[in-house]
Unconditional design. Structure first.
Length: 257
């Protein structure tokens, strides 16, 4: 299973939000690039960057920071936040980003997912951010009526390479992942699912590992790494190395690509 450290960027700093609330942010580093290099030093095989300013404003805001990180590390980087049209996705991918994460447009313009997946195979990932079983959009500021499973199935049909599932109520709480929701989602789609939100310990990681045969192929970890609750090297040894760049795209396969 892939262990993917998260770097969430707000006002140029590396922060963590509590349950997606912009008013409850905790700064962990003034310099996201330094944090990225630290994760690489600790053995990270992937990085997950979120432009929180971009997610809120609907456009890429922290492009310079993202570019500096991509140019400074030799591991794959995936990026999300504010990517809501073809041009913005193309611009980020041209920086050398391995994969982009789209959320709001998956709900509002699903055909764009199909177009982008065809143009950039294996590089388009859909982020599904859930409040209970409904999908939240626009930087988690709005919750609609679309169900998580319904959207995930549609995105798989349109060619998305993977689904990142975030339980908003778990995010930043260190209260453990939503295992029942992840189990249900993984059994309902034929593309990889990446877990996000609530992971607090190696025990949580091992519980997620039990879902790996169902299709949960990765986990994004934020606050637990920053606080020292999880040691990145120990986590990688516990659940196995990440290799998304080495796995060929096969939409009928449940391996992370």
């Amino acid at each position: 299973m892939d262990i993917i450290p998260a770097i969430d960027i707000l006002d140029g700093k590396c922060v963590r939000l509590y349950q997606g609330d912009y008013n409850q942010s905790e700064i962990f580093s003034q310099n996201p690039l330094e944090m990225a290099l630290s994760f690489v030093e600790q053995g990270a095989t992937h990085l997950h960057l979120v432009d929180l300013d971009g997610a809120r404003e609907g456009r890429t805001v922290n492009l310079a920071i993202i570019e500096s990180i991509v140019n400074s590390v030799s591991i794959p980087v995936q990026v999300g936040g504010g990517l809501r049209n073809y041009t913005s996705v193309q611009r980020v991918l041209q920086l050398g980003v391995s994969r982009v994460i789209l959320g709001t447009v998956a709900v509002e313009e699903p055909q764009l997912i199909a177009e982008l997946s065809g143009q950039f195979p294996g590089q388009i990932v859909v982020g599904i951010d859930a409040r209970k079983d409904k999908v939240a959009i626009r930087g988690w500021l709005e919750t609609g009526t679309v169900s998580v499973v319904e959207l995930a199935q549609k995105m798989a049909e349109l060619g998305a390479a993977a689904i990142i599932y975030t339980d908003i109520q778990k995010d930043g709480t260190l209260s453990g992942p939503n295992l029942p929701a992840l189990r249900e989602l993984a059994t309902q789609v034929n593309i990889p699912v990446i877990a996000s939100g609530g992971v607090s310990s190696l025990s949580d990681l091992l519980s997620l590992l039990s879902l790996e045969p169902l299709g949960v192929k990765g986990v994004i970890i934020g606050k637990a790494i920053y606080t020292g609750a999880i040691n990145l090297k120990e986590a990688a040894k516990a659940v196995g190395p990440g290799r998304w760049q080495d796995v060929p795209l096969n939409l009928g396969d449940t391996r992370l690509v």
